[in-house]
Design a protein around this ligand. Structure first.
Ligand code: GTP
Length: 305
């Protein structure tokens, strides 16, 4: 390298590492050392880099294979090394996600590194916001709809029954009015936690909005009578869990020992893979739930489509 380019190489604000074809690390720039913490002392040859950067052996094998393939392709087709994302362990034990690419240079290659850790985390946050309720962290309507579609496809094959429940908390507005919105929020979060504890991991507890939740019980049984008993049993357990006292532990309320005794009205619909329109499930469960409200709240009513 001429002095001019040597200077440029060392000072460029992205990590760079130049490796010869025999695996000798010819040079890394300052940014490489500051980002990863490794210097030429740590990695005089490329073989030292792999166990440092990728301590997990199976992940390391995958990285080496994909990197070598990308490098071979770049050499064969005389073009840049295609960028691939790798999780790299730094010397300070932190892991960063890097988009690694580069160019073939001389008889070796020059690797370039772009830190995509933050970008990926932001994408995950956006993705999460699109499918989960921000208060309770439960799946939202959108994710519920997707899960219901998958379940319908499964039920068509298995010929089993499943159940959908609309769970609406009773007298939630007076709670908000008396103790404030933050206290109401706390009850919603706790109600969500309790419901999740009642159902199986394959089931879905989602928040439909306000104080209304929708619970989807995945495949229960092929025998409709037995499935109905199981669904009713779970609905009753949900009802019981929501009737237990809610402690309101907000700072300003603690002194007053505030608590809330809630209840819920639950409409259940049992169905199988023959249902043509999933909207009808929501309508049936909703109607059943409103009937419970009409009869004085705090109850469960089941219907079938
Ligand atoms: N704290 C809190 N309140 C909410 C939220 N979303 C909706 N609400 C309130 O929840 C209440 C729900 O209304 P309703 O279901 O009609 O009230 P309810 O008293 O439970 O009536 P019943 O269901 O007939 O027993 C409304 O007062 C909304 O303002 C929220 O995210 N947090």
């Amino acid at each position: 390298m001429t002095t001019h380019f040597q200077d440029l190489f060392m000072k460029l604000p992205i990590p760079l590492c130049w490796v010869a074809s025999d695996g000798v690390v010819l040079q890394m720039n300052k940014r490489f050392e500051s980002v990863f913490g490794y210097s030429k002392k740590d990695m005089p040859i490329l073989d030292c880099w792999w166990p440092l950067a990728y301590p997990d052996t199976s992940y390391r094998d995958w990285v080496r294979r994909t990197w070598n393939e990308a490098l071979a392709l770049a050499e064969a087709e005389k073009r840049d090394i295609i960028p691939i994302e790798y999780r790299v362990r730094c010397k300070n034990q932190q892991t960063v996600t890097m988009e690694i690419s580069g160019i073939t240079l001389g008889d070796g290659f020059l690797a370039t590194f772009i830190d995509v850790t933050e970008r990926n985390a932001a994408q995950e946050r956006v993705q999460h916001l699109a499918f989960y309720d921000s208060l309770t962290d439960l799946p939202n309507r959108r994710l519920l709809a997707t899960r219901l579609e998958h379940l319908m496809a499964k039920l068509k094959r298995s010929q089993r029954c499943a159940a959908l429940m609309v769970v609406d908390l009773d007298n939630f507005k007076p709670l908000n009015d008396r103790w404030g919105h933050a206290a109401g929020d706390q009850v919603l979060v706790e109600a969500a936690r309790r419901m999740v504890n009642v159902v199986r991991a394959v089931d879905t507890v989602s928040r439909a909005g306000g104080d209304e939740f929708v619970v989807l019980l995945d495949e229960i049984d092929a025998d409709a009578e037995h499935a109905a008993r199981v669904a009713m049993d779970i609905a009753r357990r949900l009802q019981t869990s929501l009737s237990a006292e809610f402690e309101l532990s907000l700072d300003n309320l603690l002194a007053r020992g505030a608590c809330h005794r809630g209840s819920a009205s639950i409409g259940v619909v049992l169905f199988d893979g023959r249902v043509a329109r999933t909207e009808s499930l929501f309508a049936c469960a909703d109607t059943a739930m409103y009937e419970v409200k009409r009869q004085g709240r705090n109850g469960v009513l089941m219907t079938r489509v």
